[in-house]
Design a protein around this ligand. Structure first.
Ligand SMILES: Nc1ncnc2c1ncn2[C@@H]1O[C@H](COP(=O)(O)OP(=O)(O)OP(=O)(O)O)[C@@H](O)[C@H]1O
Ligand SMILES: [Mg+2]
Length: 336
């Protein structure tokens, strides 16, 4: 059976829906929320309300543009977690309502597993097992991926996520939210060796980004004491140096993970996988070390329902359905 599945993503501040037919993603409709910009970060209550306003329209557009009628669907999939509870609730409730009305099975998807499975939307698809470095707004994880349904975290951040480090550093420089993509943009015109930051790495495969965040705060404070226009004058060099430092931190762990596991098929996933510095550094290192690397298309790095759809496809084939009383889980872990 080659199912037709409608997938809904609403874990944070993107309302998204996608239709997948026979393992082929037909579309990926995304409504981003701009309401958070003036607050410098996602406001959970506003995110939840914006999902409520957008979800019906986004789902209709996904079905219409795929040329699929509700009666042709075989299942409804949704993100169960991790994410903001109020945001998740909107997607879960909408999916349950549709499943009940159409008498269809429900499929729950783990958002972090879906980030990894985004690699199965397009070719080339990685062979199993492979390592995935998932770098996003809320997580930084090294994942051992055994197959579509079995993966385990072998290293993760003990404090902040790398996306948070990018966004907080950008906020310190008074860039609008989310600042990660802006740091990337300015970094491309700067000198990555202009400034250095202290090494704040911890032993093993776990990550820590709280140290570099604090170090960056003091770096700006000290330079601004001498020159209040320091950020305006050296913006590109500051961004390039910080980005090179953060990329270096995750590359070090990735190299350790390859040595530790003996697996040299390496993928990256999550919003920060869109970072040009990380993509380039990984490709250069892969050429030098004989790694096979897998880098998703930009549209499948940040939150999207296409990744929920591909994850749901494999769950459907394995007949892993959710019960109608399933509830969202804000802290769902990989493999849970
Ligand atoms: N080019 C880029 N360079 C650096 N960071 C980027 C880039 N593009 C996006 N990001 C960062 O990616 C993050 C968003 O990624 P994503 O949507 O996967 O996170 P999330 O869904 O909020 O978190 P999670 O998936 O952990 O729940 C933000 O922190 C954003 O700044
Ligand atoms: Mg995400």
């Amino acid at each position: 059976m080659q199912p037709v599945i409608l997938a809904i993503e609403s874990s944070c501040d993107e309302t998204s829906a996608s239709v997948i037919q026979a393992g082929k993603v037909l579309n990926n409709v995304i409504a981003s929320q701009t309401v958070h910009q003036k607050y410098g970060g996602v406001v959970p209550e506003l995110a939840s309300r914006a999902h409520q306003q957008q979800i019906q329209h986004v789902v209709n557009e996904a079905l219409t543009s795929a040329g699929i009628r509700a009666g042709q669907l075989n299942a409804i999939a949704f993100t169960r977690g991790p994410g903001l509870l109020g945001s998740l609730l909107v997607g879960v409730s909408f999916a349950k309502g549709m499943a009940l009305a159409l008498q269809l099975p429900l499929i729950e998807v783990n958002h972090m597993e879906a980030h990894v499975l985004a690699h199965f939307i397009d070719d080339p698809k990685p062979d199993f097992p492979f390592l995935c470095l998932t770098v996003s707004g809320g997580h930084t994880q090294l994942v051992m991926v055994r197959d579509h349904l079995h993966m385990e975290v072998i290293g993760e951040t003990r404090d902040d996520a790398i996306g948070e480090a990018f966004d907080k550093a950008a906020k310190m420089m008074e860039f609008p939210y989310p600042g990660g993509p802006l740091i990337d943009k300015y970094a491309q015109q700067g000198n990555p060796k202009a400034f250095t930051f202290p090494q704040t790495s911890i032993p093993g495969l776990d990550f820590s980004f709280s140290g570099i965040k604090t170090a960056f705060l003091y770096f700006l404070r000290d330079h601004k004491k001498n020159d209040p226009h320091f950020v305006e004058l050296y913006r590109n060099d500051i961004c390039a140096s910080l980005q090179a430092h953060l990329v270096g931190m995750v590359m070090d762990k990735l190299k350790q993970a390859v040595t530790h596991t003996g697996i040299n098929r390496v993928a990256i996933a999550g919003g920060v996988a869109a970072n040009s510095g990380l993509r380039k550094t990984l490709q250069v290192h892969a050429r030098q070390s004989g790694w096979r690397v897998f880098i998703p298309g930009f549209q499948f790095c940040t939150d999207n329902a296409a990744m929920i759809a591909i994850a749901a496809h494999y769950k459907y084939l394995a007949k892993r359905f959710a019960s109608l009383d399933v509830a969202p889980l804000a802290n769902l872990s990989v493999g849970e």
